[in-house]
Write a protein that binds this ligand. Sequence first.
Ligand SMILES: *Cc1c(COP(=O)(O)O)cnc(C)c1O
Length: 404
Amino acid sequence: MSHEIPLSKPDITQLEIDAVVQTMMSDRLSIGPVQEQFEHLVAARTERDHAIACSSGTAGLHMALLALGIGPGDEVITTPFSFIASSNAILYVGAKPVFVDICPRSLNMDPDRIEAAITPRTKAILAVETFGNPEYMDVYEQIAARHEMPMIEDCCEALGCTLKGRPCGSFGRVGVFGFYPNKQITTGEGGMIVTSDRRLADMCRSLRSQGRPVPGGLVSGPSSPASVGGLDAPPPTLSTGSWLLHERLGYNYRLSEIHAAIGVGQMKRLDEIVAKRQAVARMYMNKLMDSPDLMLPTIRSDATMSWFVFVLRLATSYTREERDRIIAGLRRHEVGAADYFPCIHLQPFYRQMFGYKPGDFPIAESVSQRTIAVPFYNSMTQRDVDFVSQTLGLMLSRENLSRG
Ligand SMILES: *Cc1c(COP(=O)(O)O)cnc(C)c1O
């Protein structure tokens, strides 16, 4: 049996298992009350009027951009230092991602560089809480408002964190969460759009389910997500509300009731989950803060973190090759490690499409080549953290020795 300490691990309890079993024994496996309950829990937590569950965070970002009417010829300002999905969603709608280099401390877009990137084609700012750090979300919101354009908050890495008392997911016009197994909470696969814009919410509900009309129609009328199409036989004519009436090009981006059941259980445990993650982060901080070779995450005093991952940065004297050797060494010692994130603009197809090259976003590139994500999950013990820290220390001393 392997004693590997993995990079991440979901935290599933009997609560989630029972909820899934109960849902599976019901006759409703999609578009039902459990999804609605999951939506209400996330809406409440993010202080938004509407939440729309969907099949992934990526699908949620795609629908948010479509619902905002962003398309070919438009530009969207975003970060090059993120998981690729935040930028790919902009490509899905035919718009162009315009990257803004990051602030080296928070690792989020540098607010002072945003206005220089705005052109007459700019239609939105898509901001990412990289590694779950909410810094500047309020500033991006103000910049977007000043330029009369929407801000989209890609909060896929940030569920449960706050800035100045505001929950993440509450910034900008619309926020999007993802529930892949390495996120703060998981549904296996899944996502959630949150907004207080009724029209946008209705549009996302329609896009999620093959462009079907939302009961009451867009803009006006009461919204009843549970009745957007059902398992009932469709009525004989194409009346509003018909299962086979498609008002626009839509998608199947729905979340099943089974997945939603996991989400309900996880949301009920969110405070407990966040507390566990904060405790593990503290263990790492205490263990590693004195190392001169490492830079630890810094969080503003007016922010709270729910900790998506724990990403260390090597001191600036380290090269990419040394970082990669350290990651390989950790893995050889059965310690999970990863290079979160390679810059998006340097991914092969972005270079090909837009002609990006090394040096285009120097701060993101400099940070990116020195980061190491170390194992981080709720059930990590002090022993696990000690073992990871000792193994990392060993790898660092090997690099220092080989430098002479
Ligand atoms: C995880 C993630 C996504 C995508 O979420 P999925 O549910 O995996 O599609 C989007 N943006 C960021 C920043 C993410 O970390």
